[in-house]
Design a protein. Structure first.
Lengths: 801, 439
């Protein structure tokens, strides 16, 4: 195989040489021959595989034959020397022949200095038959270059597409495009390029640095920016809506409380008190079992009230009511009973209580408990079992409530209350609880969100968390401070009431996971939460509340005894709540809210409502003024005329004298007249048939037609579309000033005397950015960077050149 | 007995300062303001009529040239300055506010073929029939100084047009070939040619102003360099849209203007027709929304950039063939140079009130504009708004051209009717005028 290959190659080489001879035949024949021979010799010497005489002979014959007349003709052929005579001693004949790599290697062989490695490489290359094509003609290359350049430029120019389309669609274009806003600039922008130089300035700047004040570009301080980041618009909106709802609900409660306070019915108050007391006693009994410490507290409070009672001697028979009853007691059984009851109460109250608890045990328990357990259950009202949660009002209000409530709620003149009354009240309470639950839910959600925020923006938490509660407090204060003291008491009462209730409520299943998540977060956040805790006492409480709910659902192994006691309490409460719920169906919050939002109906247009006498008078005056013309009858006549005009007339086509005698005084015959009178079908009923005061004319008015559009013009596809655009008035007679300004804003605005430069590349960058982000408003700090970048690009290009 | 008392809150009607306009309480109840469409229609009609009444576009004529005005140039930094070159080689600088010639210089022997002001406004270049490119200072020479160019470059052939780069010290000329020159050198940095045709007009794209020396950016200058669009007749000048990088408009000898998208040169984007003679020059408004064209038919027309027909035609009795035209860079004025040695100043918006407008005036103008726009399709308003006076010659020629066009289309229709179906495809107006595109 190898051998055959080499021979083939050799053959090629020899051919080449012979060919060269042919081309060079312009010179002396003898020389040629000699050259050919020498070439042959060389080739022969090159051949390592051995010489074959036949081939040599052939070559010789060829060389001789080439001396013939054919070559003579080629003498006239002119060609460039460089093609034929190469400095590398490589010859290619004309355009059709190719230079082979082997030729080149051949010359290498001659050179003694040639490296064997390169030789090998080249030989390897020889096997590759992917030779380069001959270069194209200049015309063709230019064309290709042009096409490539065109494609490139058109691609580049296409980047403007988005900008162009945007400008075409724009409502308004203001030229010059990159106009700087006129008017005074903000201080921060002016100062941005400025540097502190004098020592005083530097000192001031140092101070500013320390306080994290904005020094150079930023318009906002760091804190402000952080807060901006932390709060989004939607959140703020939601928060505001919730606050509004809460405020509304609160106001309803206030109103209700006020109303209840104003109720003069003694029975009502008595019944209420009785109910309260019953509840309280029930609770107390439970508490004794579950939470002795709290019960003890309660007891202490009871003791205190008892002492007060003893001092005031209110339940003895000295009061106004008691005296009146005493008079009545002779005749009325009920009165007598009431008297007895009161005396009993008095006895109860004045009796000294023996406290059976051993103090040591309690102390131990207290030690075992964490502090917050006690904090969480501050019983503000010794008698009212509802007063459990803390109030949203200031402590002062709470104190007031503490002072004021006990005497009112003290056990006392309770008659055998009437049943229906009680029931009704209970129902009311249920209602209240529902509403409270809603309120509560809002608050919790808000708090949760706030907590989340705190987690997300850890460094900023301090300021924000401080801000928010204070703000809220302030709101509450403003609400309450406007009312009287009594009202304050009531509000606080109500809030505490609802807190207690909500505590008892089992939250919907959505709540627990949240509640579970939040404590974890609070644990994860170390120092920040500690501070937070200080600020948000109420929040923590809420968290606890939620936690209780969770623990109620799933038994936690490491909960202490107290915790378990706490659990049982809400459970029982929930049972109660459930019972109540059965009695009354759940109230939809939406319903509640919508019910309260009363739509006040205001007359659409300010109509002059006059007294009957006035109108009569006026009518009389009008009548007097237009005594002469009867407009109404005129109108009716007119209408009748129109109607009759619209009715089709009978067409009489009889021609006298046809088919019979004609002449003066002769009438065409009756049958003929009948035959040629054509009755036209009646037209469709008039549109104003049933409208007494209207004449609807369906005739086309040619004078109006000249002003009307007869066909649908280009941008519109149907008449309705066109009519819609025409129908909306644009003038200030029908629209407000701002609306008119907006509607009539011109499409192109130019500034007087300003040179409008062609659109710049910055616009392109802007447009692309907008396309990417989909936002029209770029941040102020992004602009300069981009500009800088583009400048850098330009610089780069310059360097290239 | 009831006693009725008027009670009004002074806040509702008392002005805060005496400079405030009087408060007028309004009730926008639609029932109180009936017939809104008809009332607005009347207003629109009146506005349209008034617009026509106030449409007096001609502002001034600048005379002083002693031969036809052949070329003009805007100053890039000053609105009030304009340069014009005439057919006798004279160049004049004008102050538009004073409407007078500030400076005159004999720039060339023979025609001044082109003027262009450097982007900084400190100097300007002129080319003439004497094959010279000359650079001149913008300032008038002081007393005793001679009027001499800063630089003079002797070219090998006659130049037909010149344009300067908008940011770099590079300018380009056309003639037998397109040459790109560095201001510092006396020989072109690069020159391009294609075939033997001479090139009429060369313009830098004002938007895509990349340094032309880099790589393959040369096609940016003129379409004919990388794509030759052969049209039925000669294109005279071209102008790029300053707000849309790939759109340009060229004016043609066949009475039409063609707006091309440079990416798709095989057919024009829009054909603008209305002129009745060769269109000699075109210039875009700086907002890129409209362009103005000067024609051999002694009229100027303003076209919306994508409208097939003109929205305005300006002419005067004395104005002859308009050779060059410019739209001022504040989008307010149009300048036309014509054969009869005058430069004319026109308002770009014929009925516009010049000068500062009071806010209420502005509001009224805007409102009227909106009304006209709203009711533009109504026949009466349309008729009034579109009515223009034309010189008799132009009018008759318009008629004639219309008849010719109709006849031609009728003939084509008939031929198509009797030809083998499909053998005569319908050729759109856009496709009609492009013969071939040579790559």
């Amino acid at each position: 195989m190898a051998k055959s290959k080499t021979t083939r190659k050799k053959g090629k080489v020899t051919k080449m040489t012979s060919a060269t001879v042919v081309v060079q035949g312009t010179e002396d024949d003898e020389e040629e021959l000699h050259q050919a021979l020498t070439e042959d010799v060389i080739s022969a010497s090159e051949d390592e595989g051995g010489s074959d005489d036949e081939r040599k002979h052939c070559r010789l014959l060829e060389a001789i034959s080439s001396l013939g007349g054919k070559t003579r003709k080629k003498l006239t052929e002119r060609s460039e020397a460089s093609i034929q005579v190469s400095e590398f001693t490589v010859n290619a004949e004309g355009e059709g022949d190719k230079i082979n790599l082997s030729d080149l290697i051949g010359t290498l062989d001659k050179a003694p200095t040639a490296l064997t490695a390169t030789k090998k490489q080249l030989k390897n290359l020889e096997h590759n038959h992917t030779a380069l094509d001959t270069p194209l003609t200049r015309k063709e290359t230019e064309q290709i270059q042009r096409v490539v350049a065109f494609e490139k430029t058109s691609k580049e120019v296409s980047r403007w597409q988005s900008v162009v389309v945007q400008n075409q669609k724009a409502e308004q274009l203001v030229f010059p495009l990159n106009q700087e806003p006129s008017g005074p600039k903000r201080m921060e922008h002016v100062v941005s390029g400025w540097k502190a130089q004098t020592p005083l300035e530097q000192e001031i700047f140092n101070l500013l640095h320390v306080n994290q004040q904005p020094l150079h570009n930023p318009v906002l301080t760091q804190n402000e920016e952080a807060t901006m980041k932390a709060m989004s618009l939607e959140e703020a909106k939601i928060r505001r809506a919730e606050l509004q709802k809460v405020r509304a609900l609160q106001s309803y409660y206030e109103a209700k409380a006020r109303r209840e306070k104003k109720i003069k019915s003694k029975t009502y108050h008595r019944v209420q008190k009785k109910v309260m007391r019953k509840e309280y006693l029930k609770r107390f009994d439970e508490m004794v079992k579950t939470d002795p410490a709290a019960a003890l507290e309660e007891l202490k409070k009871m003791e205190l009230s008892r002492m007060k009672e003893r001092m005031s001697l209110k339940h003895q028979n000295s009061g106004k009511w008691a005296r009146s009853k005493a008079i009545m007691a002779k005749y009325d059984d009920g009165a007598r009973k009431a008297m007895q009851q009161q005396l009993e109460v008095n006895k109860d109250l004045t009796m000294k209580l023996v406290i059976p608890t051993n103090e040591e045990d309690e102390d131990e328990v207290a030690e075992a408990l964490p502090d917050f357990v006690n904090d969480a259950e501050p019983i503000l009202d010794p008698i009212n079992p509802w007063m459990r949660g803390k109030l949203s009002t200031e402590p002062a209000a709470q104190e007031e409530s503490n002072c004021l409530v006990p005497p009112a709620a003290g056990p006392g003149d309770v008659k055998a209350g009437d049943g229906p009354d009680l029931l009704r009240e209970e129902e009311e309470q249920v209602e209240e609880t529902e509403e409270e639950a809603i309120l509560r839910g809002f608050e919790e959600r808000r708090k949760l969100r706030r907590a989340k925020d705190a987690v997300e923006v850890a460094p900023v938490v301090m300021e924000e968390s401080e801000e928010m509660p204070t703000g809220k407090k302030a709101e509450m204060v403003t609400i309450e401070s406007s009312d009287d003291d009594d009202e304050v008491v009531e509000i606080s009462e109500f809030t505490s009431l609802y807190r207690g209730l909500v505590k008892d409520h089992v939250e919907p299943p959505v709540e627990p996971p949240r509640a579970g998540a939040d404590p974890c977060v609070s644990q994860g956040e170390g120092p920040a939460l500690l501070e937070e805790g200080l600020v948000r006492v109420r929040t923590l409480e809420d968290m606890e509340l939620l936690g209780q709910d969770v623990s109620a659902c799933e038994p936690a192994p490491q909960t202490t005894q107290t915790l378990s006691t706490e659990q049982t309490e809400p459970q029982s409460a929930t049972k109660q709540a459930d019972g109540k719920r059965k009695r009354k169906k759940m109230i939809d919050p939406n319903e509640v809210l919508t019910k309260e939002a009363k739509v006040i109906k205001v007359p659409f247009a300010p109509t002059a409502v006059e007294d009957v006498e006035d109108t009569d008078e006026q009518r009389f005056i009008i009548k007097e003024a237009f005594a002469g013309d009867d407009v109404i009858s005129d109108f009716l006549k007119d209408k009748k005329k129109q109607e009759s005009a619209g009715m089709p007339k009978v067409v009489d086509l009889t021609l006298p004298g046809w088919g019979e005698w004609g002449g003066g005084g002769l009438q065409p015959s009756r049958s003929k007249r009948k035959r040629f009178r054509i009755k036209v079908a009646p037209p469709p009923p008039r549109k104003d048939q049933k409208l007494l005061n209207v004449i609807l004319s369906e005739k086309r008015n040619s004078s109006v037609a000249a002003h009307q559009v007869s066909q649908v013009m280009f941008p519109f596809t149907n008449p309705a579309q066109f009519e819609r655009t025409i129908r909306a008035p644009v003038g200030h007679t029908w629209n407000t000033g701002n609306a008119v300004q907006k509607i009539t804003a011109p499409k192109i605005v130019t500034q007087l005397g300003a040179i409008i430069e062609p659109i710049s590349r910055e616009e392109l960058v802007k447009g692309e950015n907008q396309a990417v982000t989909g936002k029209s408003n770029l941040r102020s700090d992004q602009g300069p960077q981009q500009k800088r970048r583009s400048q850098q690009k330009k610089k780069h290009k310059h360097k290239k050149n | 007995m009831k006693v009725k008392v008027l009670s009004r809150n002074p806040d509702d009607y008392v002005r805060e300062t005496k400079l405030d306009i009087q408060r007028v309480p309004r009730n926008y109840d639609p029932s109180l303001h009936p017939f809104e469409v008809t009332r607005e229609y009347t207003r629109a009609l009146n506005a349209t009529k008034l617009e026509r009444v106030f449409a007096k576009p001609f502002l001034a004529s600048l005379d002083g040239h002693r031969d036809g005005v052949n070329c003009m140039a805007k100053h890039p930094k000053s609105l009030s300055t304009i340069l014009s070159g005439s057919c006798d080689g004279e160049l004049k600088l004008w102050n538009l506010t004073k409407r007078e010639c500030v400076r005159t210089l004999q720039a060339h022997e023979g025609f001044v073929r082109g003027v262009v002001v450097r982007f900084c406004g400190s100097s300007f270049f002129t080319i003439g029939d004497d094959k010279n490119i000359k650079q001149w200072k913008m300032e008038t020479p002081g007393y005793g100084e001679e009027e001499e160019p800063i630089n003079t470059i002797l070219g090998k052939s006659v130049f037909t047009s010149i344009d300067h780069h908008h940011k770099d010290a590079v300018f380009v000329t056309s003639g037998q070939q397109v040459d790109i020159w560095d201001e510092q050198r006396t020989s072109p940095i690069r020159s391009f040619s294609w075939g033997v045709d001479s090139i009429n007009c060369v313009r830098f794209n004002p938007v895509e102003v990349v340094n032309p020396l880099s790589g393959l950016s040369y096609p940016r200058f003129e379409t004919q360099i990388f794509f030759k669009v052969i049209m039925t007749m000669r294109s005279n000048t071209l102008c790029w849209n300053p707000m849309e990088a790939y759109h340009f408009t060229c004016c043609n000898e066949d009475y039409n203007l063609y707006t091309y998208d440079m990416r798709y040169l095989d057919k024009p984007y829009t054909v603008h027709m209305d002129h009745v003679s060769a269109v000699l020059d075109v210039d875009y408004s700086p907002t890129g929304q409209e362009f103005v064209s000067a024609s051999f038919d002694k009229s100027i027309r303003i076209f919306p950039k994508d409208g097939g027909h003109s929205r305005e035609v300006y002419h005067t009795k004395r104005m002859q063939h308009v050779i060059c035209i410019k739209w001022s860079s504040d989008n307010k004025y149009i300048l036309s140079g014509s054969d009869e040695m005058n430069i004319r100043l026109w308002k770009a918006n014929a009925a516009e009130k010049l000068g500062m407008l009071a806010p209420r005036e502005k509001a009224a103008v805007n409102y009227n504009q909106k009304l006209k726009e709203k009711f533009q399709h109504h026949p009466q308003i349309r008729r009034i708004a579109r009515h223009r006076h034309l010189p008799k010659a132009v009018y008759s020629q318009v008629k004639e051209i219309r008849i010719m066009k109709e006849a031609r289309s009728r003939k084509e229709r008939n031929v198509r009717k009797h030809a083998k179906p499909g053998s005569m495809p319908v050729v759109t107006e856009k496709e009609k005028h492009v013969v071939t595109v040579v790559k």
